[in-house]
Structures are given as structure tokens and as C-alpha cells.
Design a protein around this ligand. Structure first.
Ligand SMILES: [Zn+2]
Length: 227
């Protein structure tokens, strides 16, 4: 049945995978925010479902994380070889929205994000809506980037539908999840002016990165991206 197929699909959506060696060697995943974080956004190919402008959505997602931080983070473009955060566009086909893979650059945590921009592979409802509404498609790509970037910053999944770090493994109405953001847009360039975060998302980030909690093991500090 279609619903069963969608339900199974839902179980693997927004899942991420970390190499086991990263999980084993460090249980406190944080990016080094003491200096500007460099990022690299790869060019996309049409094979992946990438559309011109998707790179701007990724850039806005990066800037959103920077702006919600207190004090704001500085994120700057950097070369692919040394960038702390790298975003790649890859074909879907598995129902995944995206995934984050941790790595090390000169001893520091770094993250590669693989975003699947072909919304035709994200189940009938998402695919249908994305085809008829370009702003809905942009919302899916944008929020996927924001979510995966959350993992890059070390935030784990939550079970709260309001959160950007909500995992679709907990079920729910995925179209409604994206529509909540989409409905606040009248045009594409509204996106940077609408927060994708819940209050709890920002608090979790703050608890991970505020100086007082930096070396403690409470809050999200011990939680690695998982699943
Ligand atoms: Zn996730």
C-alpha cells in the first residue's frame, strides 16, 4: 500500500550516518567557533536534481545558524580542501533528505553534508507539492540544509515536531512540517527573514556552545549526531 510504503520511507528520512571511528574517538561533537568557520558549497549537477539557486538556499541555511548564535557566528566561504563545512548535492533514490558525515581537518571536527535536492524521490505528497509550488520545494531544500547543518554543529535529533532537529522517524505530517515554514513566504527572498528554529533549537545550540557549558558534559554536549 502507498501508505505503508510512505511509512517505511519515513523511517529512513532525515537519517544521518557517521563513520563509527568518529563516534568512537570523540563523544563531544562541536565545531571550533573560536574563529570564523569556513564553508564550501559544491556546484550541483542536474543529475542530482539540483536547480540553479539551490546553492543560495544552502548559503542562507549556513547564515541562519550564524545569526541565531549569541554572539553571532562568522562563517566565511573557503576552499574545498580546508573548509570546515562542505555541502554536496547528490542524487537521492533512497528517500533520504540528506545526511551529515563527520571528519577531521587538522585535528578539528569538520562536516560534510550531502543534500538530495530531487524532491521527486521524497514520497508522493512531497513530490507533488514541490512540483506545483516552487516555494515549497525551496522550503524542503532549505530546511534540509538547516537540519543537516544542525548535526554539523553537534545537535542531536529531537522528538518535538516544532524543532528543526525533529527526526521524521517519529512520524507526523511531513508536508505540514514544511508547510509551516512555506506559509510564511511570499517570495523566495523572504527565506532569510523567517527563522527556521524553535526556541528549543536555539537553547540547545546555546547550551552546547555557551562558554559556561563548553567543557561540561550536560545538555547536548555529549550527544553526537547519530542514526
Ligand atoms: Zn537528522
Amino acid at each position: 500500500m502507498q501508505i505503508d510504503r510512505l511509512a517505511r520511507l519515513a523511517l529512513v528520512t532525515l537519517a544521518i550516518h557517521l563513520p563509527t571511528n568518529v563516534q568512537a574517538q570523540e563523544d563531544r561533537w562541536r565545531l571550533d567557533t573560536s574563529k570564523p568557520i569556513t564553508y564550501f558549497i559544491a556546484e550541483g549537477s542536474t543529475v542530482s536534481g539540483f536547480q540553479p539557486g539551490d546553492e543560495v538556499l544552502a548559503k542562507w541555511a549556513i547564515e541562519a545558524w550564524g545569526e541565531q548564535a549569541d554572539p553571532p557566528l562568522t562563517l566565511v566561504p573557503g576552499p574545498e580542501e580546508s573548509a570546515t563545512i562542505r555541502i554536496y548535492w547528490v542524487p537521492a533514490g533512497t528517500g533520504l533528505y540528506g545526511e551529515m558525515r563527520g571528519r577531521r581537518v587538522q585535528g578539528q571536527f569538520a562536516a560534510d553534508l550531502f543534500v538530495h535536492p530531487d524532491t521527486d524521490y521524497l514520497g508522493f505528497e512531497i513530490a507533488h507539492k514541490a512540483r506545483s509550488d516552487p516555494l515549497f520545494r525551496a522550503t524542503v531544500i532549505y530546511l534540509t540544509c538547516v537540519h543537516e547543518l544542525g548535526h554539523a554543529f553537534g545537535l542531536p535529533h529531537t522528538s518535538d515536531f516544532e524543532d528543526i532537529m525533529y527526526s521524521f522517524q517519529f512520524g507526523g505530517d511531513f508536508v505540514a512540517y514544511f508547510m509551516r515554514f512555506r506559509e510564511k513566504l511570499e517570495a523566495l527572498n523572504n527565506i532569510p527573514h523567517v527563522s527556521p528554529f524553535s526556541l528549543r533549537d536555539m537553547k540547545r545550540y546555546q547550551s552546547l556552545y555557551s562558554p559556561g557549558n563548553r567543557d561540561e558534559t550536560k545538555a547536548g554536549g555529549r550527544s553526537l549526531p547519530h542514526e
